[in-house]
Design a protein around this ligand. Structure first.
Ligand code: ZN
Length: 365
């Protein structure tokens, strides 16, 4: 009898240990989001593969979330069956096509000039009612299709090619177009002095006399759109995640250019966003891999929301070593970060980085 009791006690302890271990492994497995951005079924290495094969390739990389491929129901199903979540991203205030089709959407800088295109980048005025309506419709459509499990807002800011570093005085301070100036006066009840006529005079007045009201109002315009985007998305799909790609600047960067230039107020955005993804391309921004984790921590502290930084997996401005890449992934996954998104899938293919991605993700899983 005693032997029997002892036997079952030992058995019970082993069973509990086994349960504990498997619970821990399960938690570890589901703990961090390991994502790649820019999956394109029409390009190598996925070109010509069946949906099953494409999802298998991604699963083998150790990925559990992808951005892209959400137009194919078959691919989404193949991903889901492997525990891979599929997300969409949507460019909001961006596109040279809008400058052509709607010239009033071309932002006006503090010198009173229409902004110039920077390389491929053409930012659009965030306060064009028709554009905001068009983008909300696109978000609703994505949600109603039911393929993507979430939508990330990209270019959700005032125009600036932030990857270049310090914003240019006046040229990167926007938007002083008639639509923005009229809406600012209407919303705030402030009227400009009579002697002020041109856009550059108005900019001078706002940036000296009405600085804080101006910056607050700008931030509110971005936050208001994000609030509407969240309502639109969740009305159609309450479980979908709304994500946001934010500029990786803190107040000490460029005299608080996040407020003066970008107009992304993290605290103001937080109630409407499920996941924040700061674009911490450390090498491009001439920072260390540790900076990735530092920014993720800052965004988490500011917002209290889930943070999955989007990190650099491309060779710019110079080649990034395997060790530096691995460091940046580790840094991006440090608490309180809940995951990492690698940018981008196309670069990994061209630059032969898949083996290192597999290694980095496998070490986490
Ligand atoms: Zn404007």
């Amino acid at each position: 009898m005693r032997v029997c009791t002892l036997f079952f006690s030992i058995l019970g302890v082993f069973a509990m240990m086994a349960m504990h271990c498997s619970a821990e492994q399960g938690a570890a497995r589901s703990e961090k989001t390991l994502a790649v951005y820019g999956v394109n079924l029409g390009k190598p290495p996925l070109e010509g593969k069946t949906s099953e094969e494409a999802a298998g390739f991604l699963g083998d990389l150790g990925v559990n979330a992808v951005f892209g491929g959400y137009d194919s129901a078959e691919f989404v199903a193949a991903c889901r069956s492997r525990g891979i979540t599929v997300y969409a991203s949507l460019g909001i205030f961006v596109g040279e096509n809008y400058w052509n089709s709607h010239p009033e959407s071309h932002p006006v800088d503090a010198l009173g000039n229409p902004i110039e295109k920077v390389q491929w980048y053409a930012g659009v005025c965030p306060n064009q009612p028709w554009l905001r309506a068009e983008k909300l419709t696109a978000i609703a459509k994505k949600a109603e299709e039911g393929l993507a499990d979430g939508v990330w807002l990209d270019f959700i800011r005032y125009p600036v090619h932030w990857e270049d570093g310090a914003p240019r005085p006046k040229q990167d301070e926007t938007c002083f177009c008639p639509v923005c100036l009229a809406k600012f006066q209407k919303d705030t009840g402030l009227t400009f002095p009579e002697q002020i006529h041109s856009a550059s005079e108005t900019a001078e007045y706002l940036l000296t006399t009405r600085r804080e009201e101006w910056f607050d109002w700008r931030a509110e315009q971005i936050a208001e759109f994000v609030k509407e985007a969240s309502a639109t998305l969740h009305r159609a799909n309450p479980k979908a995640k709304l994500g946001l790609f934010c500029v990786p600047w803190q107040p000490q960067d460029y005299d608080n250019a996040m407020r003066r230039v970008v107009g992304q107020d993290l605290k103001r955005l937080a109630p409407h966003v499920d996941v924040f993804s700061p674009m911490v391309y450390h090498k491009l921004c001439k920072r260390s891999p540790e900076w990735v984790g530092e920014v993720a921590r800052y965004v988490s502290e500011q917002t209290g929301k889930t943070v999955w930084p989007i990190t650099q997996a491309f060779n710019e401005p110079t080649e990034m070593s395997d060790e530096e890449f691995a460091q940046s992934v580790r840094s991006g996954l440090q608490e309180p970060s809940a995951g990492v998104i690698l940018f981008s899938f196309g670069h990994m293919e061209k630059e032969g980085r898949f083996p290192k991605v597999r290694e980095a993700f496998r070490s986490v899983r």
